[in-house]
Design a protein around this ligand. Structure first.
Ligand code: FRU
Length: 486
């Protein structure tokens, strides 16, 4: 289990991450025979991005995860000899099938589309996978000057099976390409679903990676795009509709955007993957390390997947996202704090994994989560009138390999449909698991993921203060842990 691998307070225990080695994108979230499976880009040999395999974990309930042996490994001399890159998993007539990007030693951003089938579909754990020796698709369509091509995502619409593939073109335009793959071994190019020349899709990127799509009810679809090559790398969502079109070689689809926005307002979440269930959609992102390579090498692992989030839309088309309700099972025992209508609280010592639910009313409220003993604190300031949460972390800069240390605070606007009055309330929920912090603000309108590494001398304690005479707050806090189901 993930929890038994923890060795230091900054190691996440509740999130899926490799026990050692490297992880990036979540891949192919999939439910099979009542069990959730989650795969991820993984180098078992060390905490660097090379020789990518598919790591594998599974869970009965989204709460406790079991690690399995790698699911996919590069095949020497095969189309994935230099890496099994991102993709998805689908039920192909009763056989779980991974549809993924193969790259070989000669690749320069163009992948092939490969399949691997579960060796024993009757096995709930899906431990063994058999790759097909040849790709089902050798590369992008001719004539479109495609220079980046990867990350197949398979979905159903109008009684047919389709796939999206992330792409970038020689003139710098990103796009999502559409295929008809009713027969998974016979792919027909069915046109461009959306590209970066669309007036509502001019995001800074030269390629769109890991396209994901889910239906949000009321005929609405949400497209999720990872903006490759941007600085910083970001993820956007677009809500809208899928419109059938008649192509020269058969039917196709285009995407008509209605609304769009950032998927995660933090600085440490990228390349998410979606699991469409009948009644909901779940999403996991990749949270990279925000510390230097020396610290990463010392830890021996890099990269963690976010908590599973339920994603949907509000009636106005804006994304709604919040950790899955199942995660309340992580609350270990009685709350550490229960306060209503308070103006001051704490210090209450905090463990290394905890959840805080805080609502500010009538004015701003400051919540400190940790201090460094020299007057600096890790803090969230909730301002209901401004509709904003500010996360300050000046004592704990973000450090990305090869980049300058970043001491900047994170501003999280919470866009309510109407103005928020001075008497209004602003609610946040915060999940901390070692070095991962995930912040949910408002009614699912803003989520933010960051990585933060406390030092041994820092103290973890919750201190909350109302910051104006009219302000008050309610607070709840729980220690988190995977329940022992014995
Ligand atoms: C996104 C990504 C994907 C690719 C994978 C390789 O982070 O670049 O486009 O398939 O990572 O690990």
């Amino acid at each position: 289990m993930t929890r038994s691998r923890a060795t230091r307070p900054e190691d996440p225990r509740l999130h899926v991450r490799p026990p050692s080695g490297w992880a990036n994108d979540p891949n192919g979230p999939f439910r099979w025979r009542g069990r959730y499976h989650l795969f991820y880009q993984h180098n078992p040999a060390g905490p660097v991005h090379e020789n990518i395999h598919w790591g594998h974990a599974s869970s009965p309930d989204l709460v406790g995860w079991e690690h399995h042996r790698v699911a996919l490994a590069p095949t020497p001399g095969g189309p994935d000899s230099a890496g099994c890159w991102s993709g998805c998993v689908v039920d192909d007539g009763g056989t779980p099938t991974a549809v993924y990007t193969g790259v070989d030693e000669r690749h320069e951003g163009l992948g092939t589309i490969c399949l691997a089938r579960a060796a024993d579909p009757a096995d709930q754990l899906l431990l063994d996978w058999e790759p097909l020796p040849l790709p089902v698709l050798e590369g992008p369509p001719d004539g479109l000057d495609v220079v980046m091509f990867r990350d197949p995502f398979v979905f159903r619409h109008g009684g047919r099976r389709w796939a999206l593939v992330g792409a970038g073109h020689a003139d710098g335009t990103p796009s999502v390409l559409l295929y008809d793959c009713q027969d998974l071994s016979d792919w027909r190019f069915a046109g461009v679903l959306l590209d970066g020349r669309h007036p509502d899709a001019r995001f800074p990127a030269t390629g769109w990676e890991c396209p994901q799509l889910f239906h949000a009810g009321r005929g609405e679809w949400v497209l999720v795009l990872s903006l490759w090559d941007g600085d910083p790398l970001r993820v956007v969502w677009l809500s809208g509709e899928l419109r059938p079109v008649d192509g020269a070689d058969g039917p196709g689809l285009t995407f008509g955007p209605r609304r769009s926005g950032p998927l995660d307002l933090g600085r440490d979440c990228y390349a998410p993957a979606v699991l469409q269930q009948e009644e909901r959609a779940l999403l996991w992102g990749w949270s990279w390390e925000a510390r230097g390579q020396r610290e990463v090498d010392e830890a021996g692992w890099a990269g963690v997947l976010t908590l599973p989030r339920e994603v949907a839309t509000h009636p106005d088309g804006a994304l709604r996202s919040a950790p899955a309700p199942e995660l309340v099972a992580l609350r270990a025992g009685a709350p550490l704090v229960v306060r209503e209508g308070a103006t001051e609280l704490g210090p209450v010592p905090l463990p290394s994994a905890y959840e805080v639910a805080l609502t500010a009313r009538g004015g701003p409220v400051l919540a400190e989560l940790a201090g460094d003993g020299a007057g600096r604190s890790l803090a969230l300031r909730l301002d209901p009138a401004a509709g904003e949460v500010v996360f300050t972390r000046d004592g704990w800069p973000r450090q990305r390999p090869g980049a300058e240390a970043d001491f900047g605070p994170l501003r999280i606007p919470v866009p309510y449909p109407g103005p928020v009055s001075e008497a209004g309330a602003l609610a946040v929920r915060v999940w901390v698991d070692g070095s991962v912090i995930e912040i949910l603000a408002g009614d699912g309108r803003a989520m933010a993921t960051e990585r933060i590494y406390l030092r041994p001398d820092d103290h973890r304690a919750l201190v909350v203060r109302a910051q104006s005479p009219a302000a008050s707050f309610s607070a709840r806090c729980w220690e988190l842990g995977v329940p022992d189901r014995g």
